[in-house]
Design a protein around this ligand. Structure first.
Ligand SMILES: C[S@@+](CC[C@H](N)C(=O)[O-])C[C@H]1O[C@@H](n2cnc3c(N)ncnc32)[C@H](O)[C@@H]1O
Length: 208
């Protein structure tokens, strides 16, 4: 049996989305009962950043994705404390979730905040941002959609830049970041340690 953390209400997972075996796009308009823009956070951790975004932006719909069930439980506890109605959670692998659960050109913004850096070369294969990830993002973003990345890890940032330079679907439009991204749990820790942050925003390259 899987170890369960004390004080966590695991029943909250019963009303959390999981990843289907095959493509099965969720009708998010029906789920949220409106047509507001969809914003995803990949690897949302304990939901610090996403719940604050949801609170500040009631006319947008937010979806947090994380592999770890106890982190999704923590996120849901925050959602309940704040009485949020514009946020949902997927407990599962981010790439599979995005591929199978979101229609093409349906996502306005995707955030990747402080992903695990996997510093050792033999572990780079575990990094979330990979070459095959770029066409997936390009496919799911709306025409004016954005993918926003932030990390304290310069090597991971440089790895992403190399992958971006090797393709033609998405282009870097900015290296600035929204300071609220450091509201995430890891952002706060790294900020307290006075680490510097590395960020980029990608947009789709218009096809002629
Ligand atoms: C370093 S934490 C950052 C959490 C949060 N974004 C923050 O800034 O506080 C990375 C998170 O990504 C999640 N994660 C790692 N690989 C993932 C994957 N393939 N799909 C979904 N979540 C993933 C981990 O479970 C973890 O919660």
């Amino acid at each position: 049996m899987k170890f369960k953390k004390k004080g966590f209400d695991y029943s909250l997972l019963e009303t959390t989305f999981t990843v289907p075996e095959d493509t099965n796009f969720v009708n998010w308009k029906e789920v949220f009962a409106n047509e507001n823009p969809l914003v995803i956070e990949i690897g949302c951790g304990n939901g610090h950043f996403l719940t604050q975004q949801a609170l500040k932006n009631p006319s947008q719909n937010f979806i947090g994705i994380d592999l770890k069930d106890y982190r999704i439980v923590k996120s849901r506890m925050k959602e309940n404390l704040l009485n949020l109605t514009n946020v949902r959670w997927i407990c599962g692998e981010a790439g599979a979730s995005i591929e199978r659960m979101f229609a093409d050109k349906s996502v306005e913004k995707i955030y990747m905040t402080f992903p695990d850096p996997w510093p050792k070369k033999r572990h780079w294969k575990h990094r979330l941002f990979q070459a095959h990830f770029i066409p997936l993002i390009a496919k799911k973003l709306t025409d004016n959609g954005k993918f926003i990345f932030i990390s304290d890890h310069e090597d991971y940032y440089n790895w992403c830049i190399e992958l971006i330079e090797a393709q033609k679907e998405l282009a870097i439009v900015s290296h600035d970041y929204d300071i609220t991204m450091t509201d995430s749990a890891f952002g706060k820790i790294w900020q307290a340690e006075q680490r510097s942050f590395h960020s980029f925003t990608l947009e789709k390259v218009a096809k002629e």
